[in-house]
Design a protein around this ligand. Sequence first.
Ligand code: F58
Length: 821
Amino acid sequence: MTKRKKSPAGESIRTGASPQILAQALLDNLYYVQGRLPELASTNDWYMALSYTVRDRLLHNWVQTLKAFAADIKAVSYLSAEFLIGPQLGNNLLCLGIREQVRKAVARHGRSLEELLDQEGEPGLGNGGLGRLAACYLDSLATLEVPAIGYGIRYEFGIFDQVIRDGWQVEVTDKWLELGNPWEICRPEIAYEVGWKGHVEAYPDAAGRQRRRWAPGVVVKGEAHDYPVPGYRNRVTNLLRLWKAEAVESFDFADFNVGDYYGAVQEKVLSENITKVLYPNDEPEAGKRLRLSQQHFFVSCSLQDMIRIHLLRGRSLESFQESFAIQLNDTHPALAVAELMRLLVDEHLLDWEAAWEITRNTLSYTNHTLLPEALETWPAPLFAELLPRHLEIIYEINQRFLDEVRLTYPLDEDRVRRLSLIDESGGKSVRMAHLACVGSHAVNGVAALHTDLLKRTVLQDFYELWPEKFLNITNGVTPRRFLALSNPALSGLITGKIGEGWIRHLEELRRLEDFAEDPRFQRNWRRVKLENKKRLAAAIRNRTGVQVNPASLFDIQVKRIHEYKRQHLNVLHIVTLYNRLKRHPEQTITPRTFIFGGKAAPGYFMAKLIIKLINAVAEVVNHDPDVGDRLKVVFFPDFTVKNGQLIYPGADLSEQISTAGKEASGTGNMKFALNGALTIGTLDGANVEIREEVGPENFFLFGRTAPEVADLKASGYHPLGCYEQDRELREALDLISSGFFSHGDAHLFQPLVASLLYRDEYLALADYRSYVDRQDEVGHTFRDAKRWTRMSILNVARLGKFSSDRAIREYCEKVWEVRPL
Ligand code: F58
């Protein structure tokens, strides 16, 4: 080891944590890494220098933790096409516990820590809940000291940035790497080759057994890019390893030698395309060959990496399952079933039976959706072209599996057809959820209701076949990022009362119950909320120009825009309040600020129209003198993790209003409640469990239940009937249809209104009355500050269950069979 430079006080310039040493380290990094003198340095230069300074302090722990991977300890491998990790600097400071020292060090150079934190963009390497969940789980794994690697894709362009122009969403390329990325360590020596296309050959092995061998037509290299994932104040730093596609050099040179220079360059460009861009959800299936390539690419690199690590331990592949528990985050990495079989059987020459045993014992699968249109399938011809050997393996798995099914259910060919990995209705396609179920030893849903519905709907046949494989693990969120980091004022207040144990043991929040009615604590609670609302109001002013009143009820819905999440139901309520005010301008109502945020998939017309509607209603309501300050509507552009950290703490009311049975879990519901917002919600996803925990008297419930939704649909639902029977609903819809919010253009919102009146797949009209009545109660309750504050405190106090630490403990015990370091 090289000798470390020491300060006079004996602290190392690379690890010391006093303000003095940090200030010196900052200057060193500014000079030697950024190549800048302080007087010429930009804010970004300072941000980079600070990040390197913090990274130095993480690396020591990281190197130590990596040793665990060389030792004989079982590690978790979390395979996910998305990791929505959010800004890194603030969280790393929190985990290391050096924020105040760093603040002083930065101040010595005349800079503010806030300004540098704000300079950081974020890696938008995910669409929404699923990607963020993966990031929360990595945080908990590290905090619970479980050795873990997150494996994913290093997209060059993450989820698009959302800009609002004339009320419409416009997508802008996310160039997150543009200004450099101090958290990433590129490891060119950790790289694997991944193949596509080509053909499969049969040959006899040394023992004379028939074997298959894949000769790919195209080969690309995957290069590891590593991110440190620190635990909270515990010296453990795990690893997030993202793969970047590169051209394989030998290919370039071969082309170059025959003089095809441009051919070689094109090869390089095509290879690198694989990790160019994250797919936004809800895009049509067609033309998604690149997406299948991405899945195969990151799965193959990750499995090869795990096998390398396992063999480095001096173990044989028969014991692979003792080195790794691999979690499939939805079906995006489900190809792992076929790829692990291929690596074990074709490359490492194991028997099929032995390989199958290893595969099943190693893999487990989490399902995140019940929406049939969201269940992944790939056309067999596309598979055959891109991954011919994998398709053969899948056919073989299927044949053996269906033979087993036939033994269990003789003469039930209908069931065999339903269970098959191949959908034969229409053109043949591969059902990825079926592949994941067959290849895993455990299958879980993400909230109690979701798991229940999984067993009774989309995976019913699998549940009947293997009931013991199924379990529920309700999602959770990390209290570090979503309370300690994003809401320092509330955290301080809580810690002042019950100590800081809650940061690792969220159940300890329960002790706040004793203070729910304490007048002084209540006053402080309200003061903190008001501060957070002022901070949010300032950001709203800054980004939208709208001035909102921090004393009004902040009613917030932030999440991806989707018809099942029913942002338009929220809009119908706003228009209803507006109509009431127009009819009785003198009426006293609880002043409200409605805040929306969320991205629509670029190809999802209806979702984009909903954004336009929100902005159109905002435009009218915000400028109507009859309304004054009583209603304001805001669309906060570009909802990200970073913006979320600002928004959740400023909420009074959390909108969790999806049609019952559609939202698998939701995690925003947990983030809001943890920050003291009350929920108005349906009995959907984890709302059910949140309500159970906080008590029904502290939750604003409305709407039909999942069985009621199913019954209504089965008995023939006629939304027009709701419209005819409810005057306020009729007036709200009529006003939208009339062109009132669209400068007289009566066509603009017709597709939305017509879809509600004549189809209303997500029962917005059926739940309207119950929603509006509950909202009236919300408005009423908010006027009773003591009662509201009590409810808010009790919500926070009873939220312990929704820590991602609890979820990870359950995975460790029930699925992975791993123990902390
Ligand atoms: C979400 N799924 C669920 N998918 O909708 C949400 O209820 C749940 O809380 C969350 O997972 C975590 O379990 C989700 O975010 C995606 O974003 C997919 C990404 C890939 C394309 C299809 C959508």
